[in-house]
Design a protein around this ligand. Sequence first.
Ligand SMILES: [Zn+2]
Length: 214
Amino acid sequence: MKNLLDKNLTRRNFLQASAKFLLGCSVLNFAPKIASAEVENKIPLPKFKTLDEMKINKVNLRFAKMNLREYTGALVIHHSGLSIDKESTVAGIHEMHIVKNHWAGIGYHFVIHKDGSVETARPLEYRGAHSLNNNDFTVGICLTGNYDLVKPPTPQLTSAIQLIGALCEKYKFQPNDATIFGHRELCKTSCPGENLFPLLPEMIQGTQKILHLI
Ligand SMILES: [Zn+2]
């Protein structure tokens, strides 16, 4: 347990150092997300389910050539962050990332909608395109909406906790502030928004609870 924690902290420092020194990224938020052992829980907790047990709608998309991701040690939480708060479809984000960004396809691995429904995006085994310099070892999860403008709906947060739990179980790492990042902690961006980022400690703690770690 201690070793795992040390390893995670080392990885966090590594992620931050990588993000800080490589071009295009600066680390904006060094403050630990969990200041004390306990945060107030308001988000209803889901039952733990494995990734296979979860209801995840599979969206079939065509991608250009991508590389496999060799290691997965952290998750990065995003919002879709369009100029107005609205739902985005996986196909719509896919199209935007191809046309505007010239990527192989949608950069995130999962998209969670405001009603809590979860959809696949980029195939999980492939390297994402969602967090500059951190894509080799992270999975990207996008909550649709602009959470600089409005607050994320509860069903979306509950589903995010369930998905984070399932991914932690799959990749055998514990959810904590060394493994679950808001995009802004790694890159110069407001993502996942002023109203979603502060909820990460509660989401991490909720995930620890459904995994019976606390
Ligand atoms: Zn982002």
